[in-house]
Design a protein around this ligand. Structure first.
Ligand SMILES: Nc1ncnc2c1ncn2[C@@H]1O[C@H](COP(=O)(O)OP(=O)(O)O)[C@@H](O)[C@H]1O
Ligand SMILES: [Mg+2]
Length: 310
């Protein structure tokens, strides 16, 4: 039996196409355990055993933005001719996200591709009585025996430049330390044994601020025995360095309410294999030559926290 500590509970797979299940290792985001206006939210889906997950395209501009960004990443792999800096192929940006088209540097696109989950394609599935669109993404947790997974929401504000005053107010009061730390813990899942998953949710994450966030992070990075903690932290710092280097130079994108997903192997007989992957681009904007200082601030603080734990 799963040990669910304030986490999301089991949700029936009824209403899903054959073979598909709700992705059980989802940490945050839209989730079928949440009922809004009498309907359950659509979360991530998975065919058990596959290396892919399906993320529902979100409503309105949020979904368009995320799809446009992933398609932009798909468009310019080094094997295909690169679009020019100012003008990526418009067919790939058939969305409302004209802002993506302007001022994006291809080197920043290439850099971002290295830091995200691989995007494969779009797919339509009949879920809960409706045809819905999904992004088919690499499941970055699939090649672990016992994954330890953490979601950190990055940046100093979680509302985007188009937010209404009401949305700004709502987001600002949710978790004030977001502004001072540039990050927030959304929760983690650690597979401790075959039928033993330790879950921490966003309310647990909100119990931390800059005075004690190391305690929460330490809990996540200590899934292996004590002598391994140092190595887990060293791998995390090593991978974080690449992300920091990207954010120090990239001047194409601003990410709001976007996350860093950490995954490592909790089974002590196997290599740690720590990964950090950028996810959730439903509030990604082009920055027209500016760095994303809020996100970078969060990375710098995270680096400090991890170093102080060593
Ligand atoms: N590529 C991925 N591989 C594995 N898990 C993922 C991946 N993308 C998202 N997730 C999981 O799903 C959760 C929600 O994803 P997210 O993109 O933030 O959705 P939402 O737009 O609903 O907030 C994340 O916290 C993470 O646990
Ligand atoms: Mg999210």
């Amino acid at each position: 039996m799963n040990i669910l500590q304030g986490g999301m509970s089991f949700v029936s797979n009824e209403g899903l196409p054959d073979e598909y299940q709700w992705f059980s290792d989802q940490i945050a985001g839209h989730h079928p355990s949440v009922i809004k206006n009498g309907k359950r939210e659509i979360g991530l889906l998975k065919i058990p055993g596959s290396c892919e997950i399906l993320k529902p395209k979100q409503d309105a501009s949020r979904g368009e933005k995320e799809v446009a960004l992933y398609k932009l990443l798909l468009s310019s792999s080094s094997s295909s001719p690169s679009p020019t800096e100012q003008n990526p192929p418009s067919s790939l940006l058939t969305t409302s996200s004209d802002e993506l088209r302007n001022g994006v540097r291809m080197e920043d696109v290439d850099g971002l591709r290295e830091l995200t989950a691989k995007f494969h394609r779009m797919q339509t599935l009949f879920v809960d009585g409706e045809d819905r669109e999904f992004l088919v993404l690499e499941d970055v947790t699939s090649d672990y025996k016992r994954p330890a997974i953490l979601d950190l929401k990055m940046g100093q504000v979680t509302y985007d430049p188009l937010a209404t005053p009401a949305k700004i107010e709502k987001e600002s009061v949710k978790y004030p330390p977001q502004a001072t730390m540039g990050l927030r813990i959304l929760g983690y899942r650690i597979h401790r044994g075959d039928d033993n998953v330790e879950v921490r949710d966003k309310d647990w994450g909100k119990s931390f601020d800059e005075t004690n966030v190391q305690t929460g992070l330490c809990e996540f990075f200590s899934a292996r025995d004590a002598p391994h903690l140092e190595n887990v932290l060293k791998e995390a710092l090593d991978k974080l360095k690449d992300i920091k280097a990207y954010f120090e130079t990239q001047k194409s994108f601003l990410f709001f309410a976007s996350s860093l997903l950490f995954v490592y192997e909790a089974d002590k007989t196997l290599p740690i294999n720590l990964k950090i992957v950028m996810i959730d681009f439903s509030h990604a904007f082009t920055s027209n030559g500016l760095r994303d200082e809020g996100y970078l601030f969060g990375i710098q603080n995270l680096e400090k926290y991890l170093k102080s734990m060593l």
